[in-house]
Design a protein around this ligand. Structure first.
Ligand code: NAP
Ligand code: LUD
Length: 321
């Protein structure tokens, strides 16, 4: 039997080519999302040939004025305009109450020109608003974020064709697909169990036939779990938490984290990093997503995908009376 030092040496050597360590292949979310957006643009053109004058309609509802939300929403509106989706930004003030937010959602639910509605999170209100009540008020037929309990329930039961899949996990699946590595039968570790990233990621991987371990803040021996992962998806919101030497040699590493850390060398005084320590993980992984330019742009692309899908479903319902 090999000692742990021997095992480590063998692992290191297996990653070497001609004596030099090969770095992981970078999976570009910028490139992949562009391909998705180009495909969707053609799809919308096809839809408009079938139903002249028709456009998929999207509403992005924002409460308050957070800088990060403003940035993400501007990316969503830009992508929508490029594809031919009619995107509307509804901005409610910080002083909005839960009733006012719910009433806005109800009116969008009833508007036949809108096929997708998302409520950008977190809600930035001076009042206490129940986020769950707000996200659950969206019509499941327009829930292109996939956050209603109806859509989440369908996903958790494996009814993937009958629901909207949350954008970030769906984008992660697309990035994994880009590597050519099959998830079937693989040991996959997800870090995080939020409604927007970890929990739906777990479900999606499970129903794609991976063996999934989902870790969270109470998980003990996180590095051991990570070390067994053929595929690792991280959504913890902890800057550079996953260290390179935790990662299994050759693993696929998908980093959802968006964290701002101080950086005096930047004019803004800060920079964006993921939940994975990128430079050390790149020395161990087979494939890795960067931050920025990884999962983030895929979240935007998948929102567009769900909106176009919702519009097609609307068109087909109209046609079948
Ligand atoms: P969240 O709601 O705060 O959830 C974080 C999850 O990570 C929780 O389940 C938490 O466990 C777990 N966690 C926290 N610290 C941990 C630790 N030390 N060890 C293990 N697990 C830990 O966050 P989120 O909304 O899922 O977002 C996660 C990250 O992804 C953030 O950086 C966010 O900005 C980013 N994000 C990116 C995108 C994108 O498009 N790229 C989209 C959404 C989110 P508990 O459940 O036990 O508390
Ligand atoms: N709420 C999201 N809240 C936050 N980054 C996003 C996001 C694009 N209801 C709802 O849009 O899906 C959502 N639905 N989210 N997020 C995060 C989360 C939400 C995050 C990053 C990006 C959307 C993105 O494109 C770029 C990148 O990673 O390259 C730029 C990153 C930067 O800050 O410079």
């Amino acid at each position: 039997m090999l000692s742990s030092a021997g095992l480590a040496l063998r692992r290191w050597a297996s990653g070497c080519q001609g004596g030099r360590r090969t770095l992981a292949t970078v999976i570009s979310g910028n490139k992949t999302s562009q391909l998705v957006r180009e495909r969707l643009k053609k799809d919308v053109e096809k839809m408009r040939k079938e139903v002249p004058g028709f456009r998929p309609g999207l509403v992005v509802l924002q409460v308050g004025d957070r800088d990060d939300s403003n940035l993400y929403i501007s990316m969503k509106l830009k992508a929508a305009a490029e594809i031919g989706i009619d995107a509307n930004h509804i901005r409610l003030p910080k002083s909005s109450t839960e009733e006012e937010v719910l009433s806005c959602i109800m009116s969008v639910n009833e508007n036949p020109a809108i096929h997708g509605l998302i409520v950008q999170l977190p809600l930035d209100s001076v009042h206490r608003i129940d986020t769950e009540a707000v996200t659950d008020a969206v019509s499941p037929l327009k829930d292109v974020d996939g956050l209603t309990s109806i859509n989440a329930g369908k996903l958790s039961r494996g009814d993937l064709g009958q629901c909207f899949i949350p954008c970030t996990p769906n984008g992660c699946m697309e990035l994994i697909r880009q590597t050519g590595v099959s998830v079937v039968g693989k040991n996959v570790v997800v870090i995080g169990r939020s409604k927007i990233v970890g929990a739906p990621m777990h479900d999606l991987l499970l129903w794609s036939h991976a063996t999934v371990t989902t870790c969270h803040s109470k998980t003990t021996d996180l590095p051991d779990h990570v070390g067994r992962a053929d595929i690792l998806v991280v959504g913890a919101g902890r800057a550079e938490m996953v260290k390179g030497d935790w990662v299994k040699e050759g693993a696929v590493v998908i980093d959802c984290g968006i964290n701002h850390v101080p950086d005096d060398s930047k004019p803004s005084g800060k920079r964006v990093v993921g939940d994975v320590h990128y430079s050390s993980a790149r020395e161990r992984a087979g494939y890795i997503t960067p931050v920025p330019g990884g999962v983030g742009p895929m979240t935007v692309a998948m929102l567009m995908e769900n909106t176009v899908q919702s519009a097609w479903r609307f068109v087909r319902r109209q046609q079948s009376g």
